[in-house]
Design a protein around this ligand. Structure first.
Ligand SMILES: [Zn+2]
Ligand SMILES: [Zn+2]
Length: 370
């Protein structure tokens, strides 16, 4: 009798344990979700109910917790960077939880917190993909551009491309790292500077602010350059060693401070170009990340005699994203963030277009638990 009841007890304990594990694994996924649809350029996004997408092979379904707004979204919204098809759900700075796995999506598990960046996926076998330049692959698909993005409650992403978010970074802090932070990190890396070298960072908007903090974590000496005194004060608070007001004497001033071994331009203006040329030490690299509309001219000797290199930088690859997330773990990279509810997405878009925000806007989802 005793033996029998013991067996029954053990079975009950085992069953309860299995049920508990299942509860943790199964997340309730509704049939429909709220999404912000871009139907026509220059028109407010339409908040609609639409079916929750099903993850295809190699994809995972993410419940979005936070979603950053980026200036690329404005270019898409205006039709200046027209996507292949409309209507479209924009958004490529998303953080959320994995809630379902598609076939052969085995890298992640349900409950993982992941980040969604601009590159949805690349071909994986061209020269660029195989040599660390997957973000320059001629055949890459972009999240929130060629496929639906994360201005919605749920989004499907490729499991090989979702980035696991380390502990100690909140979804709101992590969201802008997916594009702005990663672009800033990749740009600083392209300067090729070594620990102790000086990097001059031009433009103290969202990317510049990330670049200052990242450079300090990488052991660099930082000179922050901007036209706004206010922004330079923020740069100093974020760790910049020196600040220089952009203007006629800025190049001379940087040289007086020891010159730059690398310059990065995030400012969307061409007026920083002659300053950078003047501020460079021999063999320095100038990295162009901001995209001003005008031309940047130079006398050949300015580049030749000092052996300068000028290089462009756009987005980041997965390795750079992982390196950034490791640097930022524990909340060591802080953005200047304006948090707004997802329902206010059109107000957020107007504020970004009219330049009324400092730093980045992050939309948070109702019901997201963090
Ligand atoms: Zn972006
Ligand atoms: Zn490729």
């Amino acid at each position: 009798m005793d033996y029998q009841s013991n067996v029954i007890d053990n079975c009950v304990v085992l069953l309860l344990g299995i049920l508990n594990d299942l509860k943790g694994m199964i997340m309730l996924i509704p049939k429909s979700m709220k999404a912000a649809l871009l139907k026509d350029y220059h028109r407010p996004l339409e908040l609609v109910d639409m079916p929750v997408p099903k993850p295809a092979e190699g994809e995972v379904l993410i419940q979005v917790e936070a979603s950053g707004l980026c200036f690329t979204d404005v270019h898409i919204w205006k039709g200046e960077h027209a996507p292949p098809t409309l209507p479209l759900i924009m958004g490529h700075e998303g953080i959320g939880l994995v809630v379902a796995l598609g076939l052969n999506a085995s890298r992640l598990k349900v409950g993982d917190r992941v980040g969604i960046g601009y590159v949805y996926g690349a071909c994986g076998h061209c020269r660029d993909c195989l040599t660390g330049g997957e973000n320059y692959c001629p055949h890459f698909d972009a999240t929130g551009y060629s496929v639906h993005g994360c201005f919605s409650e749920y989004v499907c992403v490729r499991d090989q491309w979702a980035n696991k978010i380390p502990h100690g970074i909140t979804p709101v802090e992590a969201a802008p790292l997916m594009c702005a932070g990663a672009a800033a990190y990749a740009s600083i890396k392209k300067t090729g500077v070594q620990v102790g070298d000086t990097v001059a960072i031009f433009g103290m908007g969202g990317l510049g602010q990330y670049a200052v903090q990242i450079s300090k974590l990488m052991g660099l000496r930082v000179i922050a350059v901007d036209i706004s005194t206010e922004k330079l004060v923020t740069a100093k608070e974020l760790g910049a060693d020196e600040t220089v007001t952009a203007g006629d004497k800025a190049g001379e001033r940087i040289i007086a401070l020891g010159g730059a071994h690398g310059c990065v331009n995030f400012a969307p203006v061409t007026s920083t170009w002659p300053i950078m040329l003047e501020a460079c030490n021999p063999r320095a690299r100038i990295v162009l990340t901001g995209v001003p509309a005008g031309e940047m001219a130079f006398y050949t000797y300015q580049v030749v005699e000092r052996g300068l290199t000028v290089v462009g930088s756009s987005a980041s690859n997965r390795q750079e994203m992982n390196e950034l997330l490791r640097l930022a773990a524990g909340g060591k990279v802080k953005g200047v963030i304006n948090e707004m509810p997802f329902d206010d997405i059109n107000t957020a878009l107007s504020e970004l277009i009219e330049g009324r925000v400092e730093g980045r806007i992050v939309l948070t989802m109702k019901g997201a638990d963090f």
